[in-house]
Design a binder for this molecule. Structure first.
Ligand SMILES: [Fe+2]
Ligand SMILES: [Fe+2]
Length: 132
């Protein structure tokens, strides 16, 4: 079973936005799937973490461009949330690569919680703003 089943409440009604978020959820599910089936294969898990980090970085920069161009008032605050998430991922990648830490369910649970909360709340607010 997938870690996250796509739910209509994640949908903001902005096509490009929603496609990106679906892809992010897909990468998170892929990471979880690999964790569940190939726990011993560090290289595979590292690749899955890197894929998620790279795509999140790409998605955030596109999202931030839209927000800047649309004059979104909560822009700064939103960017800060993105930065904190990437910082955590990079930090986690670093620890993981130097073998000080192992991929754990807690980390996967953190990623899941952050992503879903961020999409529903922070991105949701932007979705409301852009529709007005
Ligand atoms: Fe987003
Ligand atoms: Fe965002």
């Amino acid at each position: 079973m997938a870690l996250v089943e796509w739910d209509p409440k994640f949908q903001l009604g902005i096509e490009q936005f929603d496609l990106h978020h679906r892809h992010l959820v897909g990468l998170l599910n892929a990471l979880y799937e690999k964790y569940a089936t190939e726990q011993d294969d560090d290289a595979t898990l590292r690749d899955a973490v890197s894929d998620l980090t790279e795509y999140a970085d790409y998605h955030f920069s596109v999202e931030e461009n839209w927000m800047r161009q649309g004059g979104y008032p909560a822009y700064e605050e939103h960017v800060l949330q993105h930065k904190q998430f990437i910082f955590k991922l990079v930090e986690f990648n670093r620890l993981y690569r130097t073998d000080k830490e192992h991929l754990s369910l807690e980390i996967i649970a953190f990623l899941r919680r952050w992503l879903l909360d961020h999409i529903v709340q922070a991105d949701g607010k932007y979705g409301e703003f852009i529709k007005r």
